[in-house]
Design a binder for this molecule. Structure first.
Ligand code: PAF
Length: 285
């Protein structure tokens, strides 16, 4: 497996693969890989001769009081995981390589970036959109794989790809969960064993709300769905709710009432102790 650290080499590898008639899949990550990332790498490797996993902790998507400095970094372990899952290349550039001196371009999307995570983390999605665009220009994939765990991010990247005519197919794979339902996340490394146990409340809350939505054979009120999530979330000590919402799955906008056939995203964010957690499920009324 080849570890690449410069954009020039990455683009050269992509060019060579194309000359050989090979297709390229990519899995953009910030490292600290877990089974969720592994499933994306495996999905890509099943289809593409070349699977590039990028490992880059992107400073521009972290707010000033967020965890950029403490974000887990473990490149050697990540390389071993990528190899085990069938990846062929790792793209692990430095910050200077991705943001060289003189760099000023930023990508900002309206609409879907302005609510939920976007409202709680100002500038976060500008950083995500900018770095994803740069990573795609470097890796030049035919297909890019993302996890549903970061659902709002997948909508942002879809919009970016469509608006900027980036020639890549986007595939979103289901969230991989621990046995108790906790969504796999690199930030779970911050949780103690006891907190991991309590963090399962997010999936319990989503599941009980999803049951209400899928059982409805007539209109269902947003309040009923959101109250079901809040009731469950409030059973756990030390979990501070950021949001627990039932919104349109495409626009992330709320309506008072949902009708049979409506496709909803149920999304929760909150802080357990000092660790911010997010999760979601998609359901149809
Ligand atoms: O989901 C992530 O790990 C990051 O937001 C991404 C897409 C790699 C951009 O830095």
């Amino acid at each position: 497996m080849q570890v690449i650290s410069t954009v020039a080499e990455m683009q050269q590898v992509a060019r060579r693969a194309r000359q050989l008639g090979q297709t390229i899949g990519c899995v953009p990550t910030m490292g600290a890989l877990h089974a969720g990332h592994g499933s994306l790498i495996e999905a890509s490797a099943a289809v593409h001769a070349v699977t590039v996993t990028s490992v880059f902790v992107n400073p521009t998507q972290f707010g000033p009081s967020e965890d950029f400095d403490s974000y887990p970094r473990m490149l050697d372990a990540d390389i071993a995981t990528i190899e085990r899952c069938g990846g062929t290349h790792v793209f692990a550039p430095s910050i200077a390589e991705m943001y060289p001196g003189g760099y000023t371009t930023k990508i900002r999307l309206d609409g879907v970036t302005e609510v939920l995570e976007g409202a709680h983390r100002p500038g976060h999605f500008d950083g995500v959109a900018t770095v994803v665009c740069k990573l795609l220009m470097a890796m030049q994939p035919d297909e890019a794989f993302f996890g549903q765990k970061d659902y709002q991010q997948t909508l942002v990247v879809r919009r970016l790809v469509e608006d900027l005519l980036i020639p890549v197919t986007m595939t979103v794979a289901p969230t991989v969960r621990e046995a108790n339902g906790l969504a796999m996340s690199s930030r779970n490394a911050y949780l103690s064993t006891e907190e991991r146990h309590r963090a399962a409340v997010l999936y319990r809350a989503l599941s009980s709300a999803a049951d209400i939505v899928t059982a409805a054979d007539q209109d269902v009120s947003r309040h009923a769905i959101e109250n079901a999530m809040l009731r469950e979330l409030h059973t756990v000590e030390d979990f501070s709710v950021g949001y627990a919402v039932a919104v349109d799955a495409d626009t992330l906008l709320p309506a008072d009432t949902y009708h049979p056939g409506d496709r909803l995203a149920l999304l929760i964010a909150g802080t357990l102790g000092t660790t911010r957690l997010i999760d979601n499920v998609l359901v149809t009324v």
